[in-house]
Design a protein around this ligand. Sequence first.
Ligand SMILES: [Zn+2]
Length: 617
Amino acid sequence: MMDIGFRTLVCLPREDDIADLLKNLKNHFPSFNFSGTVVLNKVNYLGNTENHNMFHDMRLENRAQALYCCIFLWRSFVKEIGFVLGLKPYCKEKCVHDGSNMCDKTKLLVFSWSSFKTKVSALAMEVKKCSHLLIDRFSDISLSDDDIQNLNKLTRGISHLENQMQNCDITHSNVERIFGLGSGLGFDLEGIGFYITELNETRMNCLGLIEIVVNSIELPQLNDRKEFEEFCIKHSRTIICTPACSSQLHDLKLDSIDILLVDDAGQIRESDMLMPLSFSPRHIVMLGDHLHIQPMVKSEVCQDAGFGSSLFQRLSHIYSQKKILCKQYMINPSISQFMNEHFYEGRLEDGWIVKSDGYNNLLKKFPSYTYGFFDISAVDELREKGNFFVESAAVMGLLQSLCKGLTNDTGKINVGMVCLSYSKMDEMQNFLGIKYENHERINVEVSSLDNLSQKWYDVVILSSVFDDKSELPEGNKINVALTKSRHCLWIIGEAVKLGASGDTWQKLIANAKERRCCAKLNSKVLAKVMRQSEAYHQDRDRSTAANSALPKNIMQKDFTWTLSLSNLKSQYEHTVAGEFASEETKERGKRRLETALDILKDHGVIGHHKVEFEVKN
Ligand SMILES: [Zn+2]
């Protein structure tokens, strides 16, 4: 569709998606017209160098920069090389120069073969670069076939000249004579090698071509950066951006957009689609999953007002004619089974890739389920030491057995540890941090259900252990949580409590039991890992006790962590009390710093919320 000359505007929900799209296009459609594509967002792609450079060039500002080079620099470089090849800067009088660089009579340079060579080579490089750019950018726009032919002839001629200049037999005086600059009398062609005659012919040939291209090629008159950018956009077949960035197109009086292509349309708020839709595209194609992530809206007022819905969602409700894709190519069939039955009414088929041996080879040696529910309700410590203690031990147990099954040739496995809330995420991050931060076999990323959007993992450990702090997800959010892993999905939870809390969870557990993917953990199974993690929890309890001066509920708020100076000052005055004035002057600064740091060591940094504390109870 993109190759048949339609102007397409591609909208994606997030900036990160743009780099992913480009990468996928490059891998799967190498013939895609990348030179006719412009990206409006400032994507900072951090991939390999080749991709990075290619995608970097596609950014609007870089496209405009390249255009500037084409239009201004090309002309000036071509004129300059013409000037040098035409020997304009050199004195042509038959005067005696006595070794000086400048001629007294004409104030022009005195010809020297070596400096001529350096100058021509330097300019040749620029002329060739700009000419290639010009052909690349303007071949469809304002260059005739003749123009392109002449440009190619010129760059070939210049290369030829460069080669001929490398000949070591060429001497200064010979060149001077054939160029007609020498002080000698007339020409004596007999004494000059034929290669020098050829060199001069190439030079004259290039001069002729320069005159032709400079006079025949007409480039657009563009005056400032905005005009350059407009020109780039107007002459691009494909424009890629996020909906917000598409506003840049608004001032351009773009004649038409043939196709508006919206990917992950279910994640874009309706209001954000207004801008791309305002270009009155002739066709609109939306792709998305109405059962997956919905647009993010933080404010409850907006949420209630329906701000968090997508156009995609609305259309899929009111419009009966929709194309439903029924194949998935990302998830191991044993993981997709439940979500397919429960969310997609069994319509989803597993693509050949996920069914192939190659796809599942990665974790074949692994001695556990590809899909499993790990029930911790029977663990005695659950009541004595709290659910995080047991939950974290179960996570560690799973990670340990995963590492055991891995060999060096498996490569590094990406593990996603998904928690229900941000506070759980922080706790888990602290717990796993030290041990798994730089692990050689696995790469563990702890995330919360709310920031999962575009992430994929090889293995996902989903903790469904909930309490008053973390709410259990409902509806689509469960689907999101269950569809983030390619190869293994392990769910940790309390089966009975979970089953009582919602229809979907109940079905999930029943399904796992039926498929014999449900493992009951008990104190005995977890004994070893619980012993190992004991030390961490003791440390943590101690530090929590130290913090008990702060009302407990404050801890869950989003804080701005600032150094409380007023508090430090009073602490300081308290500590040094009597001797405050008696400090030795020269020692004062050093001692004050030491005392202050000691206070900080004891009390830590105190966080203050910008707004007043809201203490419940
Ligand atoms: Zn002179």
